[in-house]
Design a protein around this ligand. Structure first.
Ligand code: UGA
Length: 437
């Protein structure tokens, strides 16, 4: 199969590279000349474990190429995937479809034969209909089918998620498009990944429903964590106790500082807008968005409380700033609101992150970045573990306690045990678990 991927961002680059690794011939097209130049010289625009190696081996085998020339990329392709960004539109939270529709118009002017156009970007229900309308208007004689094929990969685990998906959702009723999509995913199908064919609008909604449900699950356990703190229960045991029920499942029940990233915040907002537009308000998702938003700043207050209620003139160290480990992505990271809340209360904030410091500099003004976790702890009045990078899982707690001005550890990811932290001389607070005093 000859596949063209429009957009060499997270989804486009990972999907395109994995398709090439299955044996397809893939061209990734991006308008950003600098990004394409960097990719051509082996430099990845994002940090994703294993990606650089996979790109290199598939480029070397001749199955993967990069270009800014959309026309040449689309010529002769069996399928073109649209994997461009759909950010929140400023002001109203709707998904901004400018890039999707522009890509569609560009594809329309480059069609050379029968083509399947696939939306992989997360797009609101009905977008496929509009993509089809644009294509039909611009290229009335072309044999095109429009398919929705949402992507469920997670940053930091993107390649394994792509290669071992729980399911593949394909929204189309067009017989030819079904065959093309079956051929594209055949390598995964042989590994027993269920291929779920649905109507196009249903596939579009499945993506939003999945992300909104996961965001709800996280927000639910975060509220349970607050209740655990109030009644003296342990949220990790509560999560285990409910998660062992197969109907609930144990995943996405880790209490923390609130979800962030490029997907859950944006997609929950966009789903709310779709629901409103159709006069079907979603109170559950409304509550999830509000609870999660206020939780991030509340984590700043939790740190201040752990320092005795006063932050002015004190120094707080943050371990981890990215929204989750194994990424350099800072979009909607809880650390941003936490640092802001601390600074508003008069604290001086220092931080370290294994991959995210470059991206963090522009979104965390006034924060001083250090070269390692111990430098962050030195002289601090509180240390908060914000992102659960592996590098923070076996810290020398005794050394940290000794060099801090006041040995307060606020573990927002429940990485450590209270008893262990206390034994090393730290005053320890975590999320939804009894403190060790
Ligand atoms: C999420 C979904 O998990 C993917 O299936 C989806 O494809 C992707 O969005 C997308 O729409 O593109 P991602 O944003 O990369 O993936 O990251 P997650 O691992 O889902 O984490 C999101 C946030 O939830 C992070 O801030 C994480 O710390 C938080 N989280 C996750 C928790 O606080 N607790 C948990 O138990 C799980």
């Amino acid at each position: 199969m000859k596949i063209t991927m429009i957009g060499a961002g997270y989804v486009g680059l990972v999907s395109g590279t994995c398709f090439a690794d299955f044996g397809h011939s893939v061209t990734c097209v991006d308008l950003d000349q600098r990004k394409i130049d960097a990719l051509l010289s082996g430099i990845m625009p994002i940090y994703e474990p294993g990606l650089a190696e996979l790109v290199a081996s598939n480029v070397a085998s001749g199955r993967l190429s990069f270009t800014t020339d959309l026309k040449a990329g689309v010529a002769g392709a069996d399928a073109v995937f649209i994997a461009v960004g759909t950010p929140s539109r400023r002001g109203d939270g709707h998904a901004d479809l400018t890039y999707v529709y522009q890509a569609t118009r560009d594809i329309a002017s480059a069609i050379t034969g029968p083509l399947v156009v696939v939306t992989k970007s997360t797009v609101p229900v009905g977008t496929g209909d509009e993509v089809e309308r644009i294509l039909r208007d611009a290229a009335p004689d072309a044999e095109v089918a429009v398919v929705s094929n949402p992507e469920f990969l997670r940053e930091g685990a993107a390649i394994s998620d792509f290669k071992r998906p729980d399911r593949i959702v394909i929204g189309t009723t067009d017989a030819r498009a079904k065959l093309v999509m079956q051929d594209i995913y055949r390598p995964l199908y042989l590994n027993q990944a269920p291929l779920l064919f649905t109507e196009r609008r249903t596939a579009e909604l499945i993506k939003y429903a999945a992300n909104a449900f996961l965001a709800t699950k996280i927000t639910f356990i975060n509220e349970m964590a607050d209740l655990c703190e109030a009644v003296g229960a342990d949220v990790q045991d509560v999560a285990r106790g409910i998660g062992l029920d197969n109907r609930i499942g144990s995943k996405f029940l880790h209490a923390g500082p609130g979800y962030g990233g490029s997907c859950f915040p944006k997609d929950t907002l966009a789903l709310l807008k779709t629901a409103e537009d159709h006069d079907v308000p979603s109170r559950i998702i409304e509550a999830v968005v509000q609870v999660n938003d206020s939780r991030k700043r509340a984590m700043g207050r939790k740190i201040i409380q752990a320092m005795g209620g006063e932050a002015r003139g004190k120094t707080v160290g943050l371990l981890g700033v990215t929204f989750k480990p194994n990424t350099d992505d800072m979009r909607d990271a809880p650390s941003i609101a936490i640092a802001q809340a601390l600074q508003d209360a008069g604290a001086n904030v220092v931080a370290y992150d294994p991959e995210g410091m470059e991206a963090a500099k522009s979104v965390m003004p006034g924060v001083t970045f250090k070269s390692d976790p111990y430098a962050v702890a030195e002289g601090a009045d509180a240390l908060a573990l914000v992102t659960e990078w592996d590098a923070f899982r076996a810290l020398d707690l005794a050394k940290i306690a000794k060099t801090m001005n006041s040995p307060v550890l606020v573990d927002l990811r429940n990485v450590y045990k209270a008893e262990e932290a206390r034994r090393h001389g730290l005053r320890y607070t975590s999320i939804g678990r009894p403190t060790a005093d």
